[in-house]
Design a protein around this ligand. Sequence first.
Ligand code: GLN
Length: 273
Amino acid sequence: MTEARQRLALAGIESAGLEARLLVGHLLCMDSASVIAHGDRALSVEQAAAIRNLVAQRAAGRPIAYLLGQREFWSLPLRVDERCLIPRPETELLVERALERLPAQRARAIDLGTGSGAIILALVTERPQLEAWGSDASADALAVAADNARRLDLSVHWFRGRWLEAVAPRPLFDIIVSNPPYVDPSDPHLQHGDLRFEPRTALVAGDGGLADLATIAGQARARLYPGGWLLLEHGYDQGCAVRTLLTQHGYLKVASHRDPAGHERVTEGNCPG
Ligand code: GLN
């Protein structure tokens, strides 16, 4: 334990103690409290080698979520790996807004570019009556999403394709949500932290990061019931650009909402009747 913590601290990992406990616990199948109580007990040669290997990967920058194979989102334990983006806490704002906009009765919702399935699975957990759909261009990502749905015993229809392309034109949706790629390809953040290890196709979009947001705004308009809502996550400095996009496509009541860090992070628009 001590060795693992020191190695991570040396590599500049901020929560070295916590992450060392998580990695050791993961390998020994122990919770954090047991690791604290027993983590320094004699390990077999194989266990010690396996822990050193995980710690070395973390020290080299591999995201802790991929090493543990898990990330919590909306209190759901989701399986994640290199095939999908790691769910972010700020994306919970998108779930909150979508819940606000979902009709009280039976409704149909789709999550475009679903990745691990985080957003749509959170919505189904809150609204078991929801007729839920998820699409992704990546068959790999869809396999992760479908596996998460199975483990959580939640029902979602999965479609492979870019945004709404593979989804039948009828019936229409009450809610369309998406956290698409929105990072500018030249953004230096791509060279730091977890982003270095995540699928680029899930992160990067042309036109300064706006290309996919624009495509979705266009496609979604004809696929919403009158009065239905489109809700998009976007970059901290893209609120104004996304409001303009939605307004140009004829959406009404266009508004942005701030994440807990105070950044405009989600923009929504209402489909005219
Ligand atoms: N929010 C992610 C970030 O940290 C980007 C996710 C996305 O492109 N949808 O940059």
